[in-house]
Design a protein around this ligand. Structure first.
Ligand code: COA
Length: 356
């Protein structure tokens, strides 16, 4: 009897807790609505800023650069770059719509990551995923060089189809979350998925046997290059994170850029080695396409290797000048940080005086 009384009292007690939960949930929902309102306001604000900045940029072109206004024009141009950097940072805190590809694959689910730490983790995971697969790829390519065993070949090529397909999805999510990954690298992974698919259905005939060893050596080489890319990309990622952390002054913008240039100078010869290998693959496949037993796969793969060679070479050559603009953008982030810091110091000083 005593137990049943406790049960009723407990239920009553729980009902009070539920009331509290209900209130918290109400506040939470109100805040969510408020948040959505602010998100919309900020998104509209960004569009407005960009629209007007574009007009200003256009009109600035027609302003004559006379001796008296040259300084003002330069200042305005710098302010426009600075403002673009600020807008980019604001954009990173707002949710974005999925692109067409993600909409088709995932539907209209929200994949925006609004927290900087989580964004970093996602990118870090992406780089580690690529590293693990390139290690597996190296081992499988080496095994395929040693053993000519069709099932092993097919397992490897199927892994490539799955890997490149997965990359396209992960990179689309990174793009939604503000990654500045160039269109070509994403396109490259779409094309690689197609190429791996064609390799998978390439009939096991004379032409394939003439090409397979070269293809496996190519993949082993690419795996090594991917390992080097991992070292470079994770170095960039951790250093950028350190730069972005508002309390971390251990790393300077100059230090970061000199590290980046050293990393790039080391990596680039290996990258171009890979591109020459791609061109050589295109050439060998083109020669093979004239063989009597050659199927359409040979010619199409030759064209694909040529496209990949061209896209990679052009994009990598374009990266170097684009680094100059990036340097400026980072400098402005730091300038922004310093101006915010001095503003805070001033505010604290004023508060201190008021309290005295
Ligand atoms: N794949 C995926 N993401 C890439 C990428 C690639 N090949 N190249 C650059 N990115 C990403 C960067 O991580 C960065 O992301 P973030 O905005 O989320 O921080 C963004 O794109 C902008 O990078 P960017 O400043 O243009 O270049 P970078 O300094 O990071 O890298 C290279 C420059 C040249 C080292 C890099 O593009 C690269 O390794 N390219 C070679 C790829 C290749 O040829 N692969 C085939 C091997 S033979």
């Amino acid at each position: 009897m005593c137990d049943s009384v406790d049960v009723f009292a407990e239920w009553k007690d729980l009902a009070t807790d539920y009331k509290q939960l209900e209130n918290s949930n109400k506040v939470y929902q109100e805040k969510l609505n408020e948040l959505a309102g602010y998100q919309k306001k900020c998104t509209d604000g960004i569009h407005h800023q960009k629209y007007r900045m574009d007009i200003i940029k256009q009109n600035l072109k027609s302003v004559p650069r006379t001796a008296e206004n040259a300084e003002k024009i330069k200042e305005l141009e710098e302010n426009l770059i600075k403002q673009s950097a600020h807008l980019y940072h604001i954009e990173q805190t707002l949710p974005k719509q999925n692109g067409v590809y993600l909409k088709i694959i995932l539907g209209n689910v929200n994949v925006s990551i609004l927290n900087k730490e989580e964004k970093f983790k996602y990118k870090d995971e992406y780089e580690k995923f690529k590293l693990i697969i390139s290690i597996i790829s190296f081992v499988l390519a080496a095994l395929n060089i040693i053993f000519n065993f069709r099932p092993l070949e097919l397992i490897y090529i199927f892994l490539l189809v799955w890997y490149y397909c997965t990359l396209t999805i992960r990179e689309s999510i990174l793009k939604v979350n503000g990654s500045r990954i160039k269109g070509w690298w994403r396109m490259h992974h779409f094309i690689s998925t197609v190429a791996a698919g064609i390799l998978l259905i390439w009939p096991d005939m004379i032409t394939w046997n003439q090409f397979r060893t070269q293809f496996m050596y190519f993949n082993a080489y690419i795996s090594v290059v991917q390992y080097l890319q991992f070292i470079y990309q994770s170095g960039v990622l951790y250093r950028l994170k350190a730069l972005g952390e508002r309390h971390n002054m251990d790393i300077t913008i100059e230090g970061f850029h000199s590290w980046m240039w050293r990393g790039l100078s080391f990596l680039i010869p290996f990258l171009f080695g890979g591109y020459l290998f791609q061109l050589y693959n295109a050439y060998v496949l083109f020669q093979l396409s004239y063989e009597a037993t050659a199927t359409w796969h040979v010619y199409v793969l030759s064209v694909i290797f040529l496209i990949i060679f061209t896209g990679n070479t052009v994009t990598t050559l374009m990266v170097i000048p684009s680094k100059k603009w990036e340097k400026m953008k980072n400098e402005y982030s730091i300038l922004d940080f310093l101006s915010q810091l001095s503003k805070k110091v001033r505010e604290n000083g004023n508060n201190g005086k008021k309290n005295e």
